[in-house]
Design a protein around this ligand. Structure first.
Ligand code: FAD
Length: 320
């Protein structure tokens, strides 16, 4: 059993920010990450460009230099990776935390590889691991994906993209431009209002000119190997289809939070309970950092506005 002052669960941008702060505060800490460094970013689409400009993604005021104002995924991987290696952060990779149990004043953190004790724990596990499924027959077929990676894969194929937010719209536009025959299926009456302001006109124009077919107020009701069934305002239609990208968002691992004793709001937002000044949850010594704080409201927190959590938590821990 390895002993630490602080265990940080999750090696995303905010977990890394917490590690930097812990190191500066002289704490004996470890970051446990279930995948590679910044696993979520690693799994973003290959050509993804952040909506934030690079200085807003900086942690600990370490300069983030990018070619364009808004960095690309590979530049962000480079940035956060260099922070980890240059600062020799104590991070253990490919080690998933399976349970956190508090007994008296000590937490026991058990991962797939080891066990640790610590007096404080930070949970910075984000929301990118669990997709919101659409719950229809055929969703389990191999042609259906909840993560989009590379447009080349869909060239010359009939691709249905389900969703109306940034991920869905980016994927639809990119795949259309690499030669896919794209159909968008959107539950509401329009392209999401939160779609990046410089992308929204592009998709609206592509729909209006007919380059991308869109069904509004519509829902996929069944996915079959070669076709899709869609409920539209005009009735049920069948579309020929090769691949489906169901990009309907992601959610935090609520079971993990509940298992640690963190309580959640009773409404559909499922907001975890924490003190917004200290980031400490209803479990003493257990803190939340990063986008996990938003519950189902995954658009509320991002790197830009949650990077401050690291300093807030460390100020609280070091004052105790
Ligand atoms: C496509 C996309 C574009 C975005 N663009 C922007 C942007 O431009 N600007 C911005 O500010 N934000 C942006 N965001 C939001 C933000 O980048 C991410 O949500 C960001 O990764 C949040 O950082 P985090 O450290 O809180 O969580 P994450 O980066 O998700 O990190 C959580 C980490 O915890 C690990 N983990 C989970 N469970 C366990 C476990 N049990 N044990 C060990 N490790 C675990 C995961 O592998 C992951 O590496 C974007 C998000 C998406 C999806």
């Amino acid at each position: 059993m390895q002993q630490y002052d602080l265990v940080i669960i999750g090696g995303g941008p905010i977990g890394i920010a917490c590690g930097l702060e812990a190191k500066k505060s002289g704490l004996n800490y470890v970051i446990l990450e279930k995948g590679p460094i910044v696993n979520s970013l690693f799994n973003y689409p290959v050509n993804m460009q952040f909506f934030s400009s690079s200085e807003k993604l900086e942690i600990d005021n370490i300069p983030f230099i990018s070619k364009e104002a808004k960095p690309k995924r590979d530049e962000a991987l480079e940035y956060y990776r260099r922070i980890v290696t240059n600062n020799e952060l104590n991070i253990k990779l490919f080690e998933k935390v399976e349970s956190v149990i508090k007994k008296e004043e000590l937490f026991t953190v058990t991962s797939t590889k080891d066990s640790y004790t610590s007096s404080q724990v930070i949970v910075a596990t984000g929301f990118y691991d669990i997709p919101n499924t659409i719950g229809v027959t055929g969703e389990e077929l191999p042609k259906v994906a909840h993560y989009y990676n590379d447009p080349h894969f869909y060239a010359s194929q009939k691709l249905a993209v389900i969703g109306a937010s940034n991920s869905a719209i980016d994927a639809a536009l990119e795949c259309y431009r690499k030669g896919a025959e794209v159909t968008l299926i959107i539950r509401g009456p329009e392209v999401g209002q939160r779609v990046k302001y410089w992308v929204r006109p592009d998709i609206i124009n592509r729909i209006e000119e007919g380059s991308i077919k869109a069904y509004f107020n519509s829902e996929v009701t069944e996915i079959r190997p070669k076709e899709l069934e869609v409920q539209t305002p005009e009735g049920k239609i069948t579309l020929a289809n090769d691949f489906v990208l169901a990009l309907t968002g992601y959610k935090p691992n609520f079971e993990f939070l509940l298992q640690m004793g963190v309580t959640l709001s009773n409404d559909e937002k499922r907001l975890p309970h924490y003190n917004p000044e200290t980031m400490e949850t209803n479990v003493n010594g257990l803190f939340l950092a990063g986008v996990i704080c938003g519950g189902m409201e995954t658009h509320k927190w991002f790197i830009e506005n949650s990077r401050v959590h690291a300093k807030m938590i460390m100020d609280t821990i070091t004052k105790q």
